[in-house]
Write a protein that binds this ligand. Structure first.
Ligand code: YNC
Ligand code: MG
Length: 402
């Protein structure tokens, strides 16, 4: 098995396990641009390569439709991610985005989009080294074309396009196990609308509990409690970028944010049809200094074949940072994060979300239990392409788009 992955510049399971303490970080293979093919390799008869034009909203809708019907589901096929067109517009047109990295396959006759893979440029720091890399996401093959080895063909094509542009490393996250994760996180879920989550069988009724007890368990106050908490404004940007950059230095794997990238991800000014990201700051009422921020994004899941509920509205914790992280006082950090995330839950409830999700990354373990998140059954593995790196005990950032 792993007949494809064995041919790729990724560490084997054996190498990674044996080399835990001895692996020296660095590229696996040198790429000679001269030797990179100028054209894609031929496809199965009846299919053709296309570069999607995501400045055309009709083509965003085509990607949306493909993913809406064929993208990631849970093990029991009860839920499927439903990235909105506004979300895709945001996620695929990050600063420096390249049209060439939005790769599709169409059926020649009908013109129908049947497969997709994408990359965006990202400056990724692995410990002390910064890699100009691509972040690969939204790999999807139509259900009728599964198990025909199309996925390796798509992966090879996006790799070729990255190489052509002089990008030789990539980062990607996948729910399933491939050779070889550099880090692994678990999903945690915090019910907001427990009754609905129970109705759609997302949340079980724990043995020995009652519906009423569950509803009370997840009840939240009507108002946030952190003094000075408010929506982020343009005037906060410089302070918050600086805060986030300092905060992320504590992690072994993190995106290096420029101000432009920060604005794109955390403070988009063009208001889309559907709001994608929410960002709040805390302005200390006495000093007027911004001391904390947090953000979450909106990603629904379709409830497959349910009569009453079409989808679950999920908020995903995105980036955050707090000055208390630099005090060296673990207790202070823990207390602060718990207050902030409790307020994030309250705000997510006001915005009509049913559930609030987070991974075991950043400083999240400090609040997951106390804020009544429960472990989900999914893991998310983090991978690097053409870069060998010892496992990352120091934590990772929040690029948590599955
Ligand atoms: C996957 N998700 O192991 P072996 S995540 C990578 N990522 O290869 P076939 C995957 N590889 O084991 P199917 C993968 N899923 O023989 C499968 N594979 O070595 C490997 N699902 O191919 C698999 N989206 O075409 C095997 O499988 C080979 O028809 C089998 O297609 C797979 O976006 C898939 O989960 C996932 O649409 C497309 O099942 C299909 O099943 C599907 O016969 C639902 O493929 C949606 C879904 C995946 C979400 C994601 C990140 C993708 C990362 C790809 C790797 C990028 C590497 C870096 C490239 C740039 C380099 C530079 C610079
Ligand atoms: Mg296939």
């Amino acid at each position: 098995s792993y007949t494809f992955w064995k041919t790729q510049p990724v560490p084997s399971f054996e190498e990674m396990a044996a080399g835990k303490d001895t692996i020296v970080d660095g590229p696996i293979k040198e790429i000679d641009i001269e030797c990179v093919p100028k054209e894609p390799s031929p496809l199965l008869e009846g299919f053709e390569w296309v570069t999607m034009d995501l400045e055309d909203s009709k083509q965003i809708d085509e990607v949306y439709d493909l993913l809406y019907n064929h993208y990631v589901e849970d093990q029991e096929a009860m839920f499927r991610f439903r990235y909105s067109p506004s979300f895709l517009d945001w996620a695929l047109k990050a600063p420096g985005w390249k049209k060439d990295w939005h790769v599709g396959i169409r059926a020649s006759k009908s013109g129908k989009l049947v497969a997709f893979i994408s990359g965006i440029p990202v400056r990724l720091r692995v410990r002390e080294r910064v890699l100009e890399s691509s972040e690969i996401n939204f790999l999807c093959v139509h259900k009728k074309l599964r198990s025909k080895r199309l996925a390796p063909v798509l992966i090879k094509e996006i790799t070729r396009r990255c190489y052509v542009d002089g990008i030789f490393q990539a980062v990607y996250t996948v729910g399933s196990l491939l050779p070889t994760p550099v880090s692994t996180c678990r999903y945690f879920h915090r019910s907001i609308n427990w009754e609905k989550l129970y109705d759609v069988k997302f949340s079980p009724l724990p043995h020995g509990s009652t519906k009423q007890r569950q509803i009370i368990r997840y009840k939240l106050p009507d108002q946030t409690s952190t003094p000075g908490l408010r929506e982020m404004e343009a005037k906060d940007i410089d302070t918050v970028v600086d805060l986030l950059q300092r905060y992320l230095k504590r992690m072994d794997l993190a995106q290096e944010f420029s101000t432009e990238e920060f604005k794109h991800w955390m403070f988009p000014t063009e208001k889309p049809k559907e709001q994608v990201v929410w960002t709040y700051v805390v302005e200390d009422p006495s000093t007027k200094k911004v001391t904390d921020f947090f953000s979450f994004y909106n990603l629904e899941s379709t409830v497959i074949g349910h009569k009453k509920h079409e989808s679950i509205k999920a908020a995903y914790l995105f980036y955050y940072a707090t000055e208390t992280a630099f005090t060296g006082k673990e207790d202070a950090l823990k207390t602060r994060l718990n207050s902030l995330i409790k307020d994030a839950l309250i705000l997510a409830k006001k915005a009509d979300f049913d559930v609030f999700n987070a991974l075991t990354l950043l400083d999240n373990p400090y609040f997951l239990e106390e804020q009544r998140f429960g472990a989900g059954d999914g893991s998310l593995h983090y991978y690097l392409y053409n870069y060998r790196a010892a496992p990352l005990p120091g934590g990772i950032d929040a690029r948590n788009q599955p």
